[in-house]
Write a protein that binds this ligand. Structure first.
Ligand SMILES: NC(=O)c1ccc[n+]([C@@H]2O[C@H](COP(=O)([O-])OP(=O)(O)OC[C@H]3O[C@@H](n4cnc5c(N)ncnc54)[C@H](OP(=O)(O)O)[C@@H]3O)[C@@H](O)[C@H]2O)c1
Length: 290
């Protein structure tokens, strides 16, 4: 039995149907019962911070997929899951992590959890994807309304990866022994800058401009949008990292799944309506994992 924690998230919601298709028994720990449950998935409703819910979810489980949303409780929640999984005798934990980057607080947190997994002597696969292509859907309302978006990455390319490729890798990791003990840095087929994203959207028929801002101005914009301070700092940290560390694609998605990673231009084409009509953005986000 595989326990998926984060099954409603960008990667987790793409992973669940992949595991069902492979006919492996799967449990999902979810905080809210799903409106449209996936046939073949056993749901346990509860918070990963509740020992009783975690205990119920881990019963009879030999592998765990852990994808925890970023936030102030993430460290405590993930360390709690690692400890409970080790206590429950779980044999393999696949952790959605992030590339190593000492200047990014969330990346340091992932490193701390990875070390805890190793210290607990849990067999593991660490998935370290760069930013998901799906994150661009968060910019869709701004682009839909104004035809432009902002950032602080200048012309530096980003290694964006489609979350469905991360789910494909996770599905292999959970249904074979091939990735065990590995830390896999997951990227798309090519690194692409924000000005190039604007050019791609324009070429696809949605005229778009990218406006590069100094970090302090970007912080003001994000504060003004009402983003929590931890998220503002996280976004600024990862964009600063893009300016100082060149992002280079890796062969990991192809090596594990046997298929090429999905291209950003195809992702944008698939979701072009979201960048054009603000009203349909939320439905586009939910269909991003189909
Ligand atoms: N987004 C990226 O570009 C990116 C890139 C590299 C690495 N990562 C890493 O990937 C991980 C997931 O990020 P994401 O952006 O994909 O998140 P996401 O789509 O928002 O998914 C987060 C999941 O965590 C679940 N969750 C949050 N708190 C929980 C709790 N207390 N108990 C049980 N479940 C809980 C959420 O469930 P609910 O539906 O109940 O909220 C949701 O299913 C993060 O650790 C992030 O650092 C993300």
């Amino acid at each position: 039995m595989i326990l998926v924690i984060g099954g409603t998230g960008t990667v987790g919601s793409a992973l669940l149907p992949r595991l069902v298709d492979r006919r492996v028994p799967v449990t999902a720990l979810v905080r809210t019962g799903p409106a449209e449950p996936i046939a073949g998935v056993r749901y346990v409703v509860g918070d990963a911070g509740e020992p009783a819910a975690l205990h119920a979810a881990l019963t009879g489980v030999d592998q765990v997929f852990l994808a925890m949303g970023n936030g102030p409780r993430q460290r405590e929640l993930e360390l709690g899951v690692v400890e409970a999984a080790a206590r429950a005798g779980v044999q393999h934990l696949v952790k959605l992590s992030a590339p190593v980057a000492d200047t990014v607080a969330v990346a340091r947190l992932h490193q701390e959890v990875e070390r805890a997994v190793v210290a607990a002597e849990l067999e593991h696969t660490f998935l370290r994807p760069y930013a998901f292509q799906q994150n661009l859907l968060r910019l869709a309302p701004m682009i839909g309304h104004t035809g432009m978006f902002t950032g602080t990455t200048g012309h530096h390319p980003l290694n964006m990866v489609d979350a469905r490729d991360v789910a494909d890798v996770a599905a292999v990791a959970l249904t074979s022994r091939r990735t065990r003990g590995q830390a896999l840095v997951l990227t798309g087929p090519e690194a692409i800058s924000y000005p190039q994203v604007a050019d791609l959207l324009t070429a696809l028929g949605r005229p778009t401009r990218y406006l590069d801002l100094p970090p302090d101005r970007m912080r003001q914009e994000l504060d003004h949008m009402g983003q929590p301070s931890w998220l503002v700092e996280h976004l600024l940290e990862i964009q600063a990292l893009t300016r100082t560390h060149r992002e280079t694609p890796t062969p990991a998605v192809r090596a594990v799944t046997g298929h090429e990673p999905r291209r950003l231009v195809d992702f944008l084409g698939e979701h072009l309506h979201a960048f054009t009509t603000p009203e349909v953005v939320s439905s586009a986000v939910s269909s991003a994992n189909d």
